[in-house]
Design a protein around this ligand. Structure first.
Ligand SMILES: Nc1ncnc2c1ncn2[C@@H]1O[C@H](COP(=O)(O)OP(=O)(O)OP(=O)(O)O)[C@@H](O)[C@H]1O
Length: 256
């Protein structure tokens, strides 16, 4: 597949997803350009992970279309890799062999280079069990990138890490993204993380896109007044939505 810098990589057209009677996503329309870094935020249960799973080909939409390079996604795609909150490394394989799983040919040199890129080449012959949580996520990132994906889907990958490790991982992800120019879709609860990394932040509300906000800040991002402005805009939107919802629930309870 060719790299079309700036062209649309992912088209999401009127996607709906229901689990039984529960409608989780309704009428999602979204286009993501090759090389873009997009963050998806929203309140717990709004459907962020569900959308990511559909894009990953791990589940099917109830209706609508998801196209990667104008081709309908049909199961797991070789150009797409996913990183979850849990590292999902195989405990019985050494780190280098875990990374090799991500390389189609199984080439050890490619796996080693990927470990180098995340700064863990010296851990190649260790087991995942002896690494710290942050190091395990770095091995999982190496495994995801070893296959040279065009689309990297990140589902709260830093959610379980301590604050400092989290910032280091954010910097690593940004640096690798700048170098390799893949496209990223990051699901996160952390508004600051979304503003630190993304070109665009999308808020999902009630299964729909509530806000699609372009982040016009230079990189690397500083925690300055511009940063604070975007953080506040997003947080205000999330909190206003919450208070509307609380009012509605309260009104329902009192049959107002
Ligand atoms: N396989 C499934 N079967 C039934 N319901 C599901 C399934 N997967 C998700 N759901 C429901 O869909 C809704 C959205 O879930 P999803 O995990 O996408 O939310 P989220 O925004 O990622 O939440 P969080 O931020 O808490 O991870 C929830 O109500 C969840 O219970």
């Amino acid at each position: 597949m060719s790299m079309k810098s700036g062209g649309t990589l992912l088209h999401i057209r009127n996607v709906n997803k229901a689990f039984g009677q529960t409608h989780v996503l309704s009428g999602i329309d979204l286009s993501i350009k090759q090389g873009e870094f997009v963050a998806i935020v929203g309140r717990s249960g709004c459907g962020k992970s569900t959308l990511l799973r559909l894009i990953a080909g791990l589940d099917e939409a109830s209706s609508g279309a998801i196209l990667l390079d104008a081709q309908a996604i049909n199961g797991i795609h070789e150009d797409t890799r996913v990183l979850f909150q849990e590292h999902r490394l195989l405990p019985w394989k050494k780190n280098i062999d875990n990374v090799r799983i991500g390389v189609k040919s199984g080439d050890k040199e490619i796996a080693f280079k990927a470990l180098q890129q995340v700064g863990l080449e010296h851990k190649r012959d260790d087991w995942p069990a002896v690494l710290s949580g942050g190091q395990r996520q770095r091995v999982a990132l190496a495994r995801a990138l070893a296959g040279n994906p065009r689309l990297l889907l990140l589902d709260e990958p830093l959610g379980a890490l301590d604050a400092l490790t989290r910032i280091e991982m954010q910097q690593l992800i940004e640096q690798l993204w700048l170098e390799k120019q893949f496209t990223v879709l990051l699901v996160t609860h952390d508004v600051s993380e979304a503003v630190a990394l993304a070109d665009r932040v999308i808020i999902i509300e009630d299964g729909k896109i509530g806000l699609d906000l372009k982040i016009s800040l230079s990189r690397p991002r500083e925690h300055d007044s511009g940063f604070a402005y975007y953080e506040k805009t997003i947080l205000d939107r999330l909190l206003v939505k919450q208070s509307y919802e609380q009012v509605r629930i309260a009104a329902d309870a009192f049959s107002i």
